[in-house]
Design a protein around this ligand. Structure first.
Ligand code: GDP
Length: 379
C-alpha cells in the first residue's frame, strides 16, 4: 500500500477516535424541587425508578454536585447542581463552587417564575462567557390545571401566555432570554425539541454530533438528523477498510473489515436506540409491549448482540443487486479521497454494507418511534 495512503488512514482513525472521545458537560441548576433530577434522567433516557437514576422528589439539603453520565455515551455528563439558594453562596462563589469552567452550558430550571437568584446566576454565567438556557418545567401540570379551570382552554394559548409571562419576568429583571417550556415526562412535546436544536446550533461544531446522538429519539426529524450524522462518516470507515484490514468472506464474493462493520453497526443500534436495553426501556415508558415494538423492526441487527457471525449471516442474505445499487453514492467519493484502484472493492463494499445497515436502522427507528406513540407505522 502507498505510504501516503496509509498515513491518510491513520489520520482518519485519529479523527474518528477524537470524535468518539469528545466530552460534553451539561450543568443543570435550579431550586430544590424544580425538576432538575427528573430532567437529568429524562435526557439520559433513564426512568426515575431505574437503578442509576438521579434520585427525585427528595428534599435537597446538601450542596453536592453530582455527575450523571449518559448510559450510552459516557462522555456526555449531566451534572445535577444544587440550587443556588440551597448553597447560600452569592452567584460568583456558587459558580466557583460548581467549577463552572468545565461546563459547555448551563440549564436553569424553574417550576414557577424565575427568581432573583436564577437571574443573578444567569448574569454571572454570562460574565464568565458561558451559555445558559432557561427551562420552565412541569408544563404537563400547568396544562392540566388550565384545562380544569378554563372554559375556552387551548393548549397553544396557555403555552404562549406562560412563555410570555416568563420572558417578561426575566426582561423586567434585566435578562432578555428565551424560555423553553418542558415536561420531562414528555420530552417530545412543547419546547424541548426547540431547546435541543438551539443547544446543538450554539455548541462548537465538533461537539454537535455528540449532543445529537445523546438526545433521545424525540421526533422523526431527530432520527433523520442522526442518520445524516452517521451517513457523513461512512466514507471514512470505508477508507479504513480499504486501507488494509479487509479480508474475503468465505461463501460471499466480498472482502470487508468485519470488525469494523460490527463496531459501526453497534454505534447505529445505540444511536437509534434499537439496542435491547433501550427498546426495553421504551416499552416500559410507553406502555407498548416490547413484542409490538419488535414487530415493526426489520433489521436483524436490532435488539441483539451484534457479532461478526451475525454480520456475515446478514450480508449473505442481501442480494448483490441491492448492494450494487448503494455503491453509486460511495463511488462519488473515490476521486475526492484519492483511493488507489486496488482498494476500490473494499471501499465500495464497506460503503455499501454500512449504507444498507444505516438505512434499515433509520427506517426501523422511525417505525418504532411511531409505534411507541400509537401512530400509523405504515407511512
Ligand atoms: P429537583 O429537586 O430539582 O431535582 O426536582 P426533582 O426532579 O426531584 O422533581 C421534584 C418533583 O417534581 C418530583 O416529584 C418529580 O416527579 C416532579 N417533576 C419533575 N419534573 C416534572 C415534570 O416535568 N412534570 C411533572 N408532572 N412532575 C415533574
Amino acid at each position: 500500500m502507498e505510504k501516503g495512503y496509509a498515513e491518510g488512514a491513520e489520520k482518519i482513525q485519529e479523527y474518528l477516535d477524537q470524535q468518539d472521545n469528545i466530552q460534553l458537560y451539561i450543568g443543570i441548576t435550579g431550586e430544590a424541587g424544580a425538576g432538575k433530577s427528573t430532567f437529568v434522567n429524562a435526557f439520559r433516557g433513564v426512568d426515575n425508578r431505574d437503578e442509576g437514576a438521579a434520585p427525585t422528589g427528595c428534599v435537597e439539603t446538601t450542596t453536592v454536585v453530582t455527575p450523571y453520565a449518559h448510559p450510552n455515551y459516557p462522555n456526555v455528563t449531566l451534572w445535577d447542581l444544587p440550587g443556588i439558594g440551597t448553597t447560600k453562596f452569592p452567584a460568583d462563589k456558587y459558580l466557583k463552587h460548581v467549577e463552572f469552567e468545565k461546563f459547555d452550558f448551563f440549564i436553569i430550571i424553574s417550576e414557577t417564575r424565575f427568581t432573583e437568584n436564577d437571574v443573578k446566576l444567569a448574569k454571572e454565567i454570562q460574565k464568565m462567557k458561558k451559555k445558559f438556557y432557561f427551562v420552565r418545567s412541569k408544563i404537563d401540570n400547568d396544562l392540566n390545571a388550565a384545562e380544569r379551570s378554563q372554559r375556552d382552554f387551548s393548549v397553544e394559548k396557555t403555552l404562549s401566555a406562560m412563555r410570555e409571562n416568563c420572558v417578561q419576568g426575566l426582561q423586567k429583571q434585566g435578562v432578555p432570554a428565551t424560555v423553553f417550556l418542558v415536561s420531562s415526562f414528555d420530552l417530545h412535546l412543547h419546547d424541548f425539541p426547540l431547546l435541543q436544536q438551539t443547544l446543538e446550533r450554539e455548541l462548537p461544531a465538533h461537539k454537535r454530533d455528540m449532543l445529537l446522538l445523546a438526545t433521545p429519539n424525540i421526533n422523526l426529524e431527530i432520527i433523520n438528523r442522526k442518520k445524516k450524522a452517521f451517513q457523513a462518516k461512512i466514507k471514512y470507515y470505508a477508507c479504513l477498510s480499504a486501507a488494509g484490514a479487509a479480508v474475503p468472506i468465505p461463501g460471499l464474493s466480498i472482502a470487508v473489515d468485519l470488525g469494523l462493520l460490527v463496531n459501526v453497526a453497534i454505534k447505529y443500534a445505540i444511536g437509534f436506540r434499537l439496542d435491547k436495553p433501550s427498546l426495553e426501556k421504551l416499552a416500559a415508558t410507553s406502555d407498548v409491549p416490547l413484542s409490538d415494538l419488535m414487530a415493526v423492526i426489520n433489521s436483524p441487527l436490532a435488539a441483539v448482540k451484534i457479532t461478526k457471525g451475525l454480520v456475515v449471516k446478514v450480508l449473505s442474505t442481501c442480494t448483490i443487486i441491492s448492494l450494487s445499487m448503494l455503491a453509486e453514492e460511495g463511488l462519488k467519493f473515490m476521486p475526492l479521497l484519492g483511493i488507489p484502484v486496488a482498494a476500490t472493492i473494499s471501499f465500495t463494499t464497506t460503503y455499501k454494507c454500512l449504507s444498507m445497515f444505516l438505512n434499515t436502522f433509520a427506517d426501523d427507528a422511525q417505525r418504532v418511534f411511531k409505534k411507541a406513540l400509537g401512530l400509523d407505522t405504515s407511512v
